[in-house]
Design a binder for this molecule. Sequence first.
Ligand SMILES: [Zn+2]
Length: 116
Amino acid sequence: MSIIDFLAAGLTGSPTWAYVVYFFAAIQLTIFANTLYLHRSAAHRSVEFHPVIEHMFRFVCWLTTGMVTREWVAIHRKHHARVETDEDPHSPVAHGIWNVVFHGVSLYQKSKKTAT
Ligand SMILES: [Zn+2]
């Protein structure tokens, strides 16, 4: 394989549609892991999953977002304890909707220093 072939086809040589499918599948898995596992199960204890399923959710969170379950839970519980105040890590009222949507990671990083 020449360097030109590698640059043209990438590591796997997959067609473009495969990258599109992977992109949307990864987004959907991330949403499931965040909503079902991090929010409903880990933070609020309203759903209990088999440990193997929990491990798979943690792996997806780690792979797609780098989130640590314990940190996410602490930050989310802080969000519920201090709703719509300056201490609420993702309050559009306190931080502005565009800041929450486009700089949510920064707010998360800043909040995890004081939430855990
Ligand atoms: Zn919640």
